[in-house]
Design a protein around this ligand. Structure first.
Ligand SMILES: Cc1cc2nc3c(=O)[nH]c(=O)nc-3n(C[C@H](O)[C@H](O)[C@H](O)COP(=O)(O)OP(=O)(O)OC[C@H]3O[C@@H](n4cnc5c(N)ncnc54)[C@H](O)[C@@H]3O)c2cc1C
Length: 371
């Protein structure tokens, strides 16, 4: 018999779990607190493990078509002189992309359309006001005054999860002392691979996300987590990128519109204790949020969604045991990614940029292991 799941949060983990749950024959309702579905417009890299998990949901090809498959990373110095071209094996197999760059709105649309197409109920502008466990049942009172009694609740509401607190699993996200920048740009012809530019001041790069678009990434270290006036974002990002020259300079100079730019504080989190209480369980950033430098938060979120659906389907009459089995399969992997990402941030803040690449490699090697 199918179960019913109430998913709190219509981001990557929540929508992916709705897809996985519907494919396994369960009822799924997703609540997104924002008034609409528009995802922030910057790009995202779907690494091999993310694509592998999307493949189990039959969505990897749609992401590759909507995004830009990448096979190589070109490492350059700050003047754009090529120092190395790295073509790692793809987690998906020979000839397959190593990663796919994609716009966040495109990824969210693919997940949303798949979930809705499979019959999940998707609602915006609504959240969970309270969760109450009684007589072996969970009751969710929603912000619109209605109530639900699903078989289980998934807290997929991100790093600042309210569900986590409602389940009594609270842990505070930690500010990593860094701000991460992304700018959406027109993709230059030479940027069909990932390009990384490393200089004494740090690292930037250009990631293609479609035939026409790419994003530029940058991490600003040792700064307070204060928002900057939006009107200054493009100029400030160009200033931070001033040490980089050569062909990168042409891309940098196209960052002129503040609407192209996002600047976000890096918050990391790892819940060392249980990720579940009663009939509620956490997935994605609400349980473990690595810093964006490891480019693996989305992969972890999609993997969680898939593994959780498999475990509840295997033990529909013993959900707390299913949640434990889910966490057993996820805990070490997520811990390793979060810890590696924190270490990357620490070395970046100390200016030890040449050590960062080795950490990336070991982190991604660990993520390549099957889930
Ligand atoms: C700048 C930046 C760049 C990044 N780049 C990459 C990358 O290239 N590759 C990668 O793998 N990862 C990247 N990450 C990390 C990745 O974005 C996250 O790990 C991933 O989005 C986690 O998915 P999630 O669904 O758990 O959380 P989220 O994506 O945060 O989704 C949570 C959703 O829940 C909703 N919500 C919040 N509270 C409530 C509530 N009370 N009720 C209902 N809904 C609620 C939110 O509105 C949101 O839609 C990046 C992160 C940042 C900040």
């Amino acid at each position: 018999m199918g179960l019913s799941v109430l998913v709190v949060g219509g981001g990557i983990a929540g929508l992916a779990h709705a897809v996985a749950a519907r494919r396994a024959g369960h009822e799924a309702e997703v609540l997104e607190v924002r008034p609409g579905w528009e995802a922030a417009g910057w790009g995202l890299s779907l690494t091999g493990p993310a694509l592998r998990a999307l493949r189990t949901l039959d969505l990897a090809d749609a992401c590759a078509e909507a995004g830009h498959p990448v096979h190589r990373t070109v490492h350059c110095d700050a003047e754009g002189v090529v120092r190395a071209v790295v073509e790692p094996p793809s987690v998906l197999g020979p000839g397959e992309p190593v990663e796919v760059g994609i716009g966040r709105p495109a990824l969210h649309r693919i997940l949303r359309e798949a979930a809705a197409g499979l019959g999940a109920t998707l609602r915006t502008g609504v959240s969970v006001a309270s969760l109450c466990h009684e007589d072996g049942q969970v009751t969710a009172r929603l912000s619109d005054g209605s109530a639900r009694t699903p078989d289980y609740v998934v807290g997929a509401d991100g790093v600042r999860s309210r569900t986590r607190a409602q389940l009594g699993l609270d842990v505070e996200p930690r500010y990593a002392g860094q701000m991460v920048w992304r700018a959406l740009v027109e993709r230059p012809d030479w940027a069909s691979d990932v390009h990384v530019f490393a200089g004494a001041s740090g690292t930037t790069g250009v990631i293609p996300i479609s035939a026409r678009q790419a994003y530029v990434f940058l991490t600003e270290s040792a700064v307070e987590a204060r928002p900057a006036p939006e009107s200054e974002l493009a100029r400030r990002m160009r200033d931070l990128l001033a040490p980089f020259g050569g062909r990168f300079a042409d891309v940098r100079d196209t960052i002129t519109d503040p609407a192209q730019v996002v600047r976000r504080p890096v918050h990391t989190l790892f819940l060392t204790g249980p990720w579940h209480a009663g009939l509620g369980v956490l997935a994605g950033d609400s349980a473990h949020a690595p810093s964006p430098q490891m480019v693996s938060g989305a992969a972890l979120a999609i993997e969680d969604a898939v593994v959780l659906a498999a475990e509840v389907t295997a033990r529909p009459d013993a959900l707390p045991e299913a949640f434990e089995a889910y966490q057993r399969r996820r805990h070490e992997r997520a811990r390793a990614v979060v810890e590696t990402s924190v270490e990357i941030g620490r070395r970046e803040r100390q200016g030890r940029h040449d050590e960062v690449r080795a950490l990336h490699q070991s982190g991604h090697a660990a993520m390549a292991a099957p889930i």
